[in-house]
Structures are given as structure tokens and as C-alpha cells.
Design a protein around this ligand. Sequence first.
Ligand code: NI
Length: 175
Amino acid sequence: MRASGRSSGAMQGPCFPRRRLRDGLPYVAWHQDMRYWGIAGGPVLSVWLALDDSTEENGALQVIPGTHCTGMLPHRQAVRPGNMLTVNQEIPDELVQADQAVLCPLLAGQMSVHDGLLVHASETNASEKRRCGFVIRYVPTCAYPVDDPDRPRKFHAASLACGKDYFNHFSRKAA
Ligand code: NI
């Protein structure tokens, strides 16, 4: 995990205790982005650029350090209501070492960068403060959308950052 921006060290500070769950209010369940986005065939890098301050109070990103090395974990339909992931996925509680969670607060203008296999979540924003971010996802051109008839995926916003794309897995012409 790295952070950049006008304030240094936001991602390198001490661990913060994970807040207790609040049933019914919107949250983001524990998940891995490669599963959530349905991408295989190459690593995924997720960038979350904070447009607002993102703090414990308004549901900042939480991660389980080291989980990017554990491979893809099973996901299921979330049990707790309020999951904001559009496919309502979650990693089962028994596979998440929630007591190891590290809160990753950001100031507006800072960003976090994490591996697509890192287990992460966001707790409920119970404050009056908006927590808005812009997500950028980097993949190599050899990666491809997983073929899932229950959730056909198209990546209309994909664009080539550099080099040449010999695969066209994410072009508008791709199935
Ligand atoms: Ni995510």
C-alpha cells in the first residue's frame, strides 16, 4: 500500500481498531477486486483517489495486510444487508481475519493503491460527511474479463495507458 498527496504517511501510520458492524446501513463487504470486477489472466491494480477526506468516521478503506499473497478466496452472497457492491458479494467471515484490519485514511487529493487480490472493505458512513472517491483500475492487456453469464461485463471506460494492445480484451469491440 502506498499513498501520495499533500500529507505524507497516511497509509503508514498505526493500526486503527475496526469499527463494529452497523446492520442495515450501507457498507462495502470484504472482497477482492479481481473477483468483484471479474478480471483474470493478469494482475489488477486498484487506485482509489480521494475526492473527499476519507476517515474512520465516514467509512475509510480497511485492508487485511498480506492477503494479496493468499490467492483468490471464495466469495458468496452477503449475509448482512446494506452491501454496496453491485453483485452483493462478500468473503465469508471465517476467511477474513478482521482483527488484523488496518484502516487507511486519506485526505482529499491523496490516493491509495492496492493489489487486486488484497482483501478490503469499507464500514458504514454514519457521519454527515460525504466520502467520494474516483476509482482507477490498471490491468495488463493480457488480462481479460471473466466469462460469467450471470454478470456479463463490459469495460467501456477502458483505455490503453501505454504500449500496444495485442489482445483487445477490453476494447469496445470485444465481446
Ligand atoms: Ni474493492
